[in-house]
Write a protein that binds this ligand. Sequence first.
Ligand SMILES: [Zn+2]
Ligand SMILES: [Zn+2]
Length: 308
Amino acid sequence: MAPSHVLRCCQRGLAWIPVIFIALVVCWSYYAYVVELCIYTIPSTGEKIIYLVVFHLSFIMFVWSYWKTIFTRPANPSKEFCLPKAEKEQYEKEERPEAQQEILKRVASSLPLYTRTGAGAIRYCDRCQVIKPDRCHHCSACDMCVLKMDHHCPWVNNCVGFSNYKFFILFLAYSLIYCLFIAATVLQYFIKFWTSDLPDSHAKFHVLFLFFVAAMFCISILSLFTYHLWLVGKNRSTIEAFRAPVFRNGPDKNGFSLGFTKNIAQVFGDQKKYWLLPVFTSPRSIVPRSDVPSGHTKASLWTEIGFT
Ligand SMILES: [Zn+2]
Ligand SMILES: [Zn+2]
């Protein structure tokens, strides 16, 4: 096996460490809550049942959305964005950047493209050899161009983008609910152990840690969740929040915003009944607000980006 191949395999393996860490914390929290708190510590049967039912509901939704965020493959640009064979050969032979741009412009004229590079050129990925659709960026960790790329998240060892952004938001929401519920229900037993109202047992250690861990995760997830809700309301990705997309008539940080309600539908879809479920419901389109030529409605500019 070539050394570079071994190195790549090692890198891929190491990238799973944060995910394994989270999985271990979640498994321990399940054991600590169900066995140590509900079975060994809580005396009232009614309280036990209510806690266990709500706990399992939030646990299932949290694990489901986390799973979907991790294992949903990032969406790549469709074949139409690759250069046709003749143009590709011409592009590779050509050494002058201006001439290469002319080739790209010719191919791009038939594509639904509204954004450009900062210098006004067609956005092209040399690594994937593809014209980048609007909102698409190359991820060096995944080594591919990802549609509506938001960021590469080490905690899910995956790119967060068009195909899993809804799952990512739900993962943040359900993990927040999971941690809040644990912290809120554990608090009284945490105080009882602290004030010695409950006898010292092995459950004490688990309950104390459960409270600290849940409270700590609550604080960190809350800030990230609030930030992403704000981004959804603006129809902006994290990348676009840091650097405004450049349209034909210049940069516009609100270039993709369609108004609050439609911006939410861009991630969650039109049917509210599916909003809280980690199933794919985002519309398969990119809707730029800028560059709407007169005589066109925004709806007529909805562009199918397709999947590979
Ligand atoms: Zn690329
Ligand atoms: Zn990535």
